[in-house]
Design a protein around this ligand. Structure first.
Ligand code: AMP
Ligand code: GLY
Length: 421
């Protein structure tokens, strides 16, 4: 099979390395890819949002399976366009990807179908939103832009003043553009966070092994929110009992709700959960694999990923038994100095071998480019250094020793992955 991966980050690199393990995958392309992905797939110079050219490439090259990994092209209807052109594609249609693309949609869905989530109100008028936070007078309070905002559209306001500033900057100053035309104001929840990715064909849902992201830039969960600075799998807070509750009250009801709404979700649905004192609740849905969750979940997948993708496209997920390796994985993200704010690009990375890897760990490239056989930094998150172990401690120890052999000017990574709540 000829496979085309759409996207360019560490998640896409992890997906490609897993797909390569399949005997069915004879050729893998990636558009637009990155410097490390170039060692595992043939790079195609088409932007992830260029739907017309992506479809044309898939048709011209008789691609058997297109895997759309990032949220933007999913929300923009790339899977719909592929299907219309007769190309088999993995990922939700746009009418289902809205579960991530609009927080107003997902919150209303949860309310309608009694899926546990934080209490909320929706506003399209900043003055009304401000009056609401003043009258509720409860802090912390969470202010969220409706649309996609690169993981930055969520503000946890510690004071009423901060909440008012957040409302103004999202709705009036349009900090996140049209994503902020509507906002959700919601109750602040507490408890450990868990990420659960799940395969679903729109009818059946099969959760993957759990994971935990570390979203803040610095140790002790300090600094700004990022796309994710590191992950572990399994998540120590996700017990079998909690997993069962999540399946019964969240996972299956969500799939059924989407089906009832005429928006069957096919692909990977990401449940961002918080284990609150009142039980697990949904913080957010994503319509795709998480990044860097994919980097710790996929290395534990035993079953052929190509077979799973095909079963999902054919709506036969019930027929496939998905198996996982025991043990644990840890991923430490090496980021550019300054990320998630301004950072330099084009700095040489040393310590990587010719294939872009190191001994005893898997190096997933997120923001790199290859020039004159040298790997250079080319993004905020640069590398996801991942290791497997019999235990979480062993996986962490191996990942951190690999990190210490790699360097670039200003490189920043958290030293407490797997250690915080
Ligand atoms: P989101 O983009 O919706 O995942 O939000 C980003 C992060 O903000 C989450 O991972 C949580 O850490 C935090 N967060 C979002 N909503 C809430 C909430 N209602 N209560 C507490 N923390 C939240
Ligand atoms: N790591 C969080 C996300 O992919 O949205």
């Amino acid at each position: 099979m000829k496979i085309l991966m759409v996207g360019s980050g560490g998640r896409e690199h992890a997906l490609i390395k897993k797909l390569k393990e399949s005997e069915k995958a004879t050729k893998i392309y990636c558009a637009p890819g990155n410097g490390g992905i170039a060692k595992d797939a043939e790079i195609v110079n088409i932007s992830a949002m260029d739907i017309d050219n992506m479809v044309k490439f898939a048709k011209d090259n008789a691609i058997d399976l297109v895997f759309v990994a990032p949220d933007d092209p999913l929300a923009a209807g790339m899977v719909d366009a592929m299907e219309k052109a007769g190309v088999r594609a993995f990922g939700p249609n746009a009418n289902a990807a809205i579960i991530e693309a609009s927080k107003v949609f997902s919150k209303n869905l949860m309310k309608k179908y009694n899926i546990p989530t934080a209490k909320y109100e929706v506003f399209d008028d900043p003055q009304k939103a401000i009056s609401y936070v003043e009258s509720e007078n409860t802090v912390p309070v969470v202010v969220k832009a409706d649309g996609l905002a690169l993981g930055k559209g969520v503000i946890i306001a510690q004071t009423i003043e901060e909440a008012k500033d957040a409302i103004k900057s999202i709705m009036e100053d349009k900090q996140f553009g049209d994503s902020g035309n509507n906002i959700v104001i919601e109750e602040f929840l507490t408890g450990p966070e868990v990420s659960v990715l799940a395969f679903t064909d729109g009818k059946v849902v099969k959760p993957m092994v759990s994971s935990k992201d570390h979203k803040r830039a610095y140790d002790n969960d300090e600094g700004l929110n990022t796309g994710g600075m590191g992950t572990i799998s399994p998540n120590p807070y996700y017990t079998d009992e909690i997993a069962k509750t999540c399946y019964d009250t969240i996972f299956l009801p969500t799939i059924k709700a989407m089906e009832k709404e005429g928006r069957p979700f096919k692909g990977c649905l990401y449940f961002g959960l918080m284990i609150t004192p009142k039980g697990p609740k949904v913080i957010e849905y994503n319509a795709r694999f998480g990044d860097p969750e994919a980097q710790v979940v996929l290395p534990r997948l035993k079953t052929d990923l190509v077979d799973i993708c095909e079963a999902i496209i054919d709506e036969k997920l019930a027929d496939i038994d998905i198996q996982w390796y025991d043990g644990a994985t840890a991923c430490v993200v090496m980021a550019s100095g300054g990320y998630p704010l301004a950072y330099k690009k084009g700095l040489e990375i040393t310590g990587l071998n010719e294939k872009g890897g190191v001994e005893n760990a898997i190096v997933y490239h997120a923001g790199t480019k290859l020039e004159d056989n040298k790997f250079l930094t080319n993004g905020g998150r640069v590398l996801g250094v991942t290791a497997k172990g019999a235990t979480l401690d062993e996986a962490l120890e191996k990942a951190y020793s690999a990190v210490k052999t790699i360097s670039f000017e200003g490189a920043h990574y958290r030293t407490d992955i797997g250690k915080t709540k």
